[in-house]
Design a protein around this ligand. Structure first.
Ligand code: OOG
Ligand code: NI
Length: 317
């Protein structure tokens, strides 16, 4: 058994205590996310009421500092313990990032369950390659990680409670990091809080199950979508289509008393097209396993920009 494989996935079923505990933790993380991000909350309510159906999450994403045990592993452990399987790695050399994704165990969800009570989402976790940052940036990151003590052992708790495992930075330190990496600055003030959840567009029931219709609908309602490289991100095989909102901002009080808006989270949308080998399956026989799985570096690279100042300050045309 390779280290990356979960060994206990089969122990959990939808009726077991393990599954209900796991979903309760996800639900707490989701509550923190909804309370801090009014756009995500409004869109989930709007889509839920318009489509009159369950909303399934395609994936949930987190950001981390890849140093001294604070990286991907600090949060992936929890998902591996509850039956997830480690999948492919993605690299973003220019952004100095690495990511891994994890597929969920095969537990049947409560029929018609929505969000964290529906089919379990994939998990996407990235980390900043801290060793590749400038000495100044490394000094700031290592300072807060040092002040966090054993925080790396309790990342899931911090995500579910909605607090940082390290003290608040000064405004100057935040700006220093932001000038080098917006990802680093985001992670310093948002920690392990959910970076985004993604609505599974193809699992909607109305005309919104087509992502082009969906994007149009969302923009007509006045929401701003991330336009980096075009609103719709399309994988080279044309089977994974993604889009996302521009992140909300939240008032943050820095350690020196300065209060300023900082980017928090966004919401993403993903349509997974049926694989060529299953294209003749009748529509009512098509399941998630028949569709394009995984992620795409080219799409992800642009979705990361959903929290960038360029996107936040953009005016809607
Ligand atoms: C993650 C961006 C990538 C995807 O689905 O490819 C992504 C992030 O902003 O942390 O979400
Ligand atoms: Ni995503």
């Amino acid at each position: 058994v390779s280290a990356s494989q979960s060994t206990n996935g089969s122990h959990f079923s939808s009726s077991s205590g393990g599954d209900s505990f796991f979903r309760s933790v996800l639900s707490s993380m989701e509550q923190v996310y909804l309370n801090r991000n009014p756009t995500a909350k409004a869109i989930l309510e709007l889509v839920g009421s318009t489509d009159a159906n369950q909303i399934c999450y395609d994936h949930i994403a987190y950001r981390t500092f890849g140093v001294n045990g604070y990286g991907i592993d600090s949060i992936s452990k929890f998902f591996l313990d509850f039956g997830y399987t480690q999948r492919e790695e993605l690299r973003f050399p220019k952004k100095k990032l690495k990511a891994l994704w994890f597929s969920p165990p095969n537990v049947s969800s409560i029929n018609g369950g929505s969000g964290v009570h529906g089919p379990l989402p994939r998990i996407f976790i990235s980390e900043l390659l801290v060793d590749q940052m400038s000495p100044q940036a490394q000094e700031i990151i290592r300072k807060y990680i040092g002040l966090s003590g054993a925080g790396h052992k309790h990342t899931v708790l911090s995500s579910a409670l909605g607090c940082l495992t390290w003290p608040k930075p000064s405004h100057y330190e935040f700006e220093q990091l932001a000038s080098e990496s917006e990802y680093a600055a985001w992670t310093l003030v948002n920690g392990y809080m959910v970076n985004h959840v993604t609505i599974s567009i193809h699992r909607l029931k109305s005309r919104l199950k087509n992502i082009k219709n969906f994007n149009e609908f969302i923009e007509d309602k006045g929401f701003k979508l991330n336009s980096e490289g075009g609103v719709l991100k399309v994988s080279p095989d044309a089977l994974l289509l993604q889009s996302s909102t521009v992140a909300d901002s939240i008032m943050f009080e820095f350690s020196d008393g300065i209060k300023e808006l900082v980017p928090c989270s966004y919401i993403e949308f993903a349509e997974r097209i049926v694989l060529p080998e299953y294209k003749d399956l009748p529509e009512d026989k098509v399941q998630e396993v028949h569709r394009r799985d995984g992620f795409e570096v080219g799409n992800a690279d642009k979705i990361f920009e959903s929290t960038s100042m360029d996107q936040l300050n953009r005016r809607v045309a």
